[in-house]
Design a protein around this ligand. Structure first.
Ligand code: AMP
Length: 418
């Protein structure tokens, strides 16, 4: 155990569980790196290509020779030249944190290179990159069980972190990585710099940067970051996953989000979202943090749903407008507008070439017509037909020749918390 560690003596821990040690509790932060990260000989690393950019330098993929012969794929983060002592410390703090974790849903640290330049952090390679981009790329292409499987993995990783008394503070789909088997792993550990780097984090009136849309009200209001505030963020991640990477609260401003949440509004169920999943999201977004489920309970609930897929059949059907659609509502007047609104703008050409030029003409479109015009992905067909259904559901508002239809795409309605 390091000198000067104050740990979390007051935290009651289960026998056998470990508590995470904050690198700042070390008098010498280099000692934390030595304690928690293995030094790797740079000659065992082969850098192949650049895959991303971080605040401290490039992120590359490559191979690492382990135990002298076997090669594994790795991600390599390097610290760009000209760094200060503090930047080096902050950069390596991510390794000192990650190196304390050992769980299938937490990104695994292979080691660090600190004895020669550039300084590097080597982690397992996640072939499918970050979850938000991955979902947007594969919009509508997974079964609900696959989506719940991803969420189960993230919840399991978060349970492990909360058992270790580690509070993430920036849980969001952009900070989850996905491997070739669709396994999701929590990443982005570090000290204050994690939030400093996050483009979603905004300065609050009380100082400090916070990713407002993902953050629990008490953490925004008085920086009460706990595992319960991570649960709130987890609910937002659930919503991001089920909506295939939609931006939470769309184009609302941060101030409007804060106000809406305070007034009791919560994100509505995404399109095709099972009721049970939306209910779990709403539970994660309870105002009182002690009312929210614990990560252990979330894992248990998701396991039950996976074992009993019939429980996922009842959909929240939020894409069908109710009698009196809540504001803000949205009005479209052309097929192109409609396709843009439901994020299917890539099919504008297909619709116009097939002769679907007015909104009336799409009201009775069938799946085989969609397939004929080149909309072949099942998820996209579902998305389009589900929106058509919602237009039909407004039958009374839709008359032949009507130039504008009211639609409440899942993306534009707000729902009062039940
Ligand atoms: P970061 O600085 O950790 O946010 O990484 C920047 C980007 O590099 C991420 O958004 C990912 O696209 C990519 N990346 C980081 N770590 C990995 C990894 N272990 N495997 C694959 N891609 C990664």
């Amino acid at each position: 155990m390091p000198k000067g560690v104050n740990g979390c003596a007051e935290v009651v821990k289960l026998p056998g569980s470990r508590t995470y040690i904050h690198p700042h509790t070390y008098e010498d932060p280099n000692q934390a790196v030595r304690d928690f990260a293995k030094e790797i000989d740079a000659s065992n690393i082969r850098i192949e290509r650049v895959i991303g950019a971080g605040e401290f330098g490039e992120v590359c993929s490559g191979r690492l020779r382990v135990q002298g012969k076997r090669e594994i794929y790795v991600a390599i983060k390097s610290l760009k030249a000209g760094y200060s002592d503090k930047q080096r410390r902050d950069f390596l703090s991510e390794a000192s944190i990650m190196g304390q974790f050992d769980h299938p849903n937490i990104i695994r640290l292979e080691g660090v290179v600190t004895k020669c330049k550039p300084v590097m952090i080597i982690t397992e390679f996640m072939e499918n990159g970050s979850l938000d981009t991955f979902l947007k790329k594969h919009d509508g292409q997974f079964t609900v069980i696959q989506l719940v499987g991803m969420l189960r993995g993230i919840a399991s990783g978060m349970k492990y972190l909360s058992d270790m008394s580690y509070v993430h503070r920036d849980l969001a789909a952009r900070n989850i990585l996905v491997n070739s088997n669709l396994v999701c792993k929590v990443s982005d550990f570090g000290l204050s710099r994690v939030l400093e780097d996050d483009p979603e984090a905004a300065y609050t009136t009380r100082g400090g940067k916070i990713p407002i849309r993902w953050t629990a009200p008490e953490a925004i209001a008085y920086r009460k970051f706990t595992s319960a505030s991570d649960v709130w963020s987890y609910g937002i991640v659930m919503w991001e996953v089920i909506s295939y990477g939609e931006r939470p609260y769309w184009e609302m401003s941060n101030q409007d989000v804060i106000k809406a949440i305070d007034e009791g509004y919560r994100l509505p169920a995404p399109m095709d979202c099972p009721v049970v999943l939306h209910q779990l999201m709403l539970d994660c977004w309870e105002k009182g943090r002690s009312e929210r489920p614990k990560f252990g309970q979330i894992v248990t609930i998701l396991d039950k749903l996976i074992r009993n897929p019939a429980s996922l059949r009842e959909l929240a059907n939020s894409s069908v407008c109710r009698e009196d659609p809540p504001t803000p509502e949205f009005s479209v007047s052309t097929v192109d507008d409609w396709l843009d609104t439901i994020k299917m703008g890539q099919y504008k050409e297909n619709f116009s070439s097939a002769g679907y030029v007015s909104l009336d003409s799409i009201l009775y479109i069938s799946v085989s017509e969609l397939a004929k015009m080149g909309v072949t992905l099942a998820g996209h067909q579902k998305k389009i037909l589900s929106s058509v259904q919602s237009l039909q559901a407004q039958g009374t508002h839709v008359q032949t020749g009507t130039s504008a239809l009211r639609i409440c795409p899942t993306s534009l309605t707000m729902m009062e918390q039940q």
